[in-house]
Design a protein around this ligand. Structure first.
Ligand code: FES
Length: 66
């Protein structure tokens, strides 16, 4: 699955040392970056392997790709 994500931040976010595991979002959909907030679960439900998507809010919209 692939998706187009708009990012408006231009620098890194520090993740300070933690005693417990910290989950960093890699899907680009978290509303609490850089941390995973579980939004990837919705993406897995809405997306089909091999398709390209862009998101408006929580809505996945398939993008035509060549
Ligand atoms: S990996 Fe992005 S919200 Fe979980």
């Amino acid at each position: 699955m692939a998706r187009l994500i708009e990012h408006d931040q231009t620098g890194p976010v520090e993740v300070p040392p933690c005693e417990k595991s910290v989950w960093i979002c890699m899907c680009g959909l978290s509303k609490n970056p850089p941390y995973c907030d579980g939004a990837h679960k919705l993406a897995k439900q809405q997306e089909t392997e091999g398709k390209l998507y862009r998101y408006e809010g929580d809505q996945a919209i398939e993008v035509e790709s060549d």
